[in-house]
Write a protein that binds this ligand. Structure first.
Ligand SMILES: NC(=O)c1ccc[n+]([C@@H]2O[C@H](COP(=O)([O-])OP(=O)(O)OC[C@H]3O[C@@H](n4cnc5c(N)ncnc54)[C@H](O)[C@@H]3O)[C@@H](O)[C@H]2O)c1
Length: 254
């Protein structure tokens, strides 16, 4: 048993990469994790794997970019599990839902809009549906996943970097709005993380390249993010809100 006993925690995009590793750690600490994921088949597989390990999990196919889908997921969680203690806004257009890694003039309008729809509006869709329930409970913990690129800048994929900058601003403002309801809102900015299950040579090279620019000389893994996410969902962070924690082995010394 751990410090997340009986807490209901929604993890968007929780069926793979960083999301599944963070979900498993929180479930191992006693949480009932709701894997709210675009790919329903992968979500079901992840939940079945957790059940096999004696952990509590529910898979709910969800598109964070679609308000009706989010409302249906949240209503189901409230109906079946009775409360929502934690929310990790991890889903993004990144790797599974791929983006073009190109300069700003080469990004299509359609891809720019899709990026904002998932990475920015998606966070608002989920938060604004969950907050009324947390407000009623007078407690809740929200963690938004940004990126170190939002703090450092990047010479490619400006739509992604811009979306992740918005996540930091959103975190600060929502923390101010909901602090009076005993709800904390924090952000994690990961460095370049080897989260792909079957990485290509170029992905491996990019993750290796990132090692050169950080204090700690090794490749970053999803497990490096899981503890910090669980910290912001658990009771040890109860007096921390509106913050962005950079977890990148000391690349962006924020
Ligand atoms: N891996 C890195 O180097 C890195 C670095 C900085 C930040 N991040 C951030 O960390 C988070 C997790 O990234 P990851 O590396 O595990 O990538 P990933 O692409 O493997 O994970 C994202 C998950 O979100 C899901 N998803 C995508 N669109 C969705 C939607 N509309 N509704 C619901 N689910 C959706 C995907 O299916 C996938 O399971 C993302 O927010 C990403 O931007 C990753």
């Amino acid at each position: 048993m751990g410090n997340l006993d009986n807490r209901v925690v929604i993890v968007t995009g929780g069926a793979g990469g960083i999301g599944i590793v963070a979900s498993e750690l929180m479930a191992a600490r006693g949480a009932h994790v709701v894997i709210a994921e675009l790919d329903g088949t992968r979500a079901e597989a992840a939940a079945a794997d957790f059940h096999g390990k004696g952990l509590k999990a529910t898979a709910v196919q969800t598109d964070v970019a679609d308000r009706a889908s989010v409302e249906a997921m949240v209503a189901r969680v409230k109906r079946d599990l009775g409360r929502i203690d934690g929310l990790v806004n991890n889903a993004a257009m990144f790797s599974r839902v791929p983006m073009s890694r190109v300069d700003s003039l080469s990004i299509s309008e359609a891809e720019w809009d899709k990026m904002m729809q998932i990475n920015v509006k998606g966070v608002w869709n989920v938060c604004s549906t969950v907050v009324p329930i947390m407000r009623e409970q007078q407690s809740g913990k929200i963690v938004n996943i940004s990126s170190g690129t939002a703090l450092k800048g990047s010479a490619s994929r400006i739509h992604y970097v811009t979306s992740k900058g918005a996540v930091i601003s959103y975190t600060k403002s929502l923390a101010m709005e909901v602090g009076g309801d005993n709800i904390t809102v924090n952000c994690i900015a990961p460095g370049s993380t080897l989260s792909e299950e079957n990485p290509t040579e170029s992905i491996l090279a990019a993750r290796e390249q990132a090692v050169k620019g950080r204090c700690l000389k090794r490749v970053q893994l999803p497990a490096d993010l899981a503890g910090p996410i669980a910290f912001f969902i658990g009771p040890d962070s109860d007096f921390i809100t509106g913050q962005t924690l950079v977890v990148d082995g000391g690349s962006c010394l924020h």
